[in-house]
Design a protein. Structure first.
Length: 137
C-alpha cells in the first residue's frame, strides 16, 4: 500500500526498541500523511496531584491513612531524618510494601511482597532480528 496515496488512512509505527530520533521521524511522517486525528490520536499527559513526602507525613501524623502502600524504595532509610519515617509510617493502620530487599522499610511493614528482579521473571521476547525466543528476564 502506498502511504502517500492513502493520506489520512495511513499509519507509521516505530518499534519500542527504536531510539527517540526514529519515533520523532515516525511522528513527522504521520503528520505529513494527515494521520494525526485520523489514525493517530494524541492524548495529553495527565496532570498529577502528587504531593511531597512531607505532605504524606503530615497526613500520616494526623491519623488519616488506613492503608499505606509503598512501591519499591526505602523511605525509612531515604526520607529526611526530621520526618522520623520509621515511626511516621507506622501511624497508618496497615503498611503494605512491594520491594526487592528486607531492609529498613521492610522491618516496619505489616505485609511485604517481594518484587521480582528482571533476571528472575520469564517472558517472551522479540530481539531486533525478529526471531522469537524464550528468555529469563
Amino acid at each position: 500500500m502506498d502511504l502517500a496515496a492513502n493520506k489520512g488512512n495511513a499509519l507509521v509505527v516505530a518499534g519500542q526498541s527504536q531510539p527517540l530520533e526514529v519515533h520523532l521521524l515516525a511522528h513527522a511522517i504521520n503528520s505529513a500523511l494527515g494521520a494525526i486525528g485520523n489514525t493517530v490520536t494524541l492524548h495529553p499527559v495527565p496532570v498529577t496531584n502528587a504531593g511531597t513526602i512531607q505532605q504524606l507525613a503530615s497526613v500520616l501524623n494526623a491519623g488519616a491513612v488506613n492503608t499505606l502502600v509503598i512501591l519499591g524504595g526505602n523511605p525509612v532509610y531515604n526520607a529526611p531524618a526530621d520526618l522520623n519515617w520509621a515511626v511516621t509510617q507506622r501511624k497508618a493502620k496497615t503498611v503494605v510494601r512491594l520491594g526487592y530487599y528486607e531492609d529498613e522499610t521492610f522491618a516496619q511493614t505489616d505485609w511485604h511482597f517481594p518484587a521480582t528482579h528482571y533476571l528472575e521473571s520469564w517472558a517472551m521476547r522479540s530481539p531486533a532480528m525478529v526471531r522469537w525466543s524464550r528468555c529469563n528476564r
